[in-house]
Design a protein around this ligand. Sequence first.
Ligand code: PDD
Length: 280
Amino acid sequence: MIVYLDGDFLPLDEARISPMDRGFLMADGIYEVTSVLDGKLIDFAAHLNRLGRSLAALDIAPMHDFDAWLAIHRKLIERNGVTEGGAYLQITRGAGPGRDFLWPDPAETRPTVYLFAFQKALVDTALARRGARIRTVPDLRWKRRDIKTVQLLYSSQAKSLAIAEGFDDVWMTEDGAVTEGSSSNVHLVLGGRLVTRPLSTDILHGITRAALLRYAAETGIAIEERPFSVEEVKAADEAFATSATSFVQPVVEIDETAIGTGIPGPITQRLREIYIDESR
Ligand code: PDD
């Protein structure tokens, strides 16, 4: 596997990062995951826009322009022969002189830029065919979920515990409404309408979500942006999640209650097909 680290393309086992890197010590960093289909990056410009917003929120100066980022991503995908899967980009504040809560002087710190590409089936997956079984958990993450930080401990713990109990993933709840999946945005189909949680600092502004809402509107599906409760999910006709690594993932059960007919719903499946067709 060839990875990219701070300007160099090199074998993974030659990549070295300082143990003083603030990404390692403090999760002081951000990331992006862009999907790859037929060897091509999907919605790359939107991912880079969000990267810019995440960097700005952490006061890390951008280090490359659009063309440079695109060239790095493309070279990595090509060098690794990735046809279907994704590219992971992570930027941390870099290594400070020691461990300190205070952000180090940017003039004395160089951010760490790390990328790798991975091959993974995205279109034809067993989970997409059968639909996910979800369990709910309280959303105990910090309140700036619009920043795509590498601080993923709660989501990763919650998902791991849910999978150990036979579920596929979690949906998180706060103030009586569902916020997000462990790494996805959440949606319902109710009486032919698509219901989705509105954007705020409570959720990540999903790139897949944004594209899907455009495609759904073009298809004539009405969209209602509002928070929804777990009770509404249980009573919905269909439910699904969106993310760069799952596209449109049908959800067939929540807290052991079947949603709709208990199999992936027709509108969800149609939206998944549209999303994949439009992305190709
Ligand atoms: N996660 N919400 C959260 C908390 C996420 O981590 C993600 C994506 C999304 C969906 O965003 P997008 O459509 O832009 O992928 C929503 C990526 C895939 C990950 O962490 O691997």
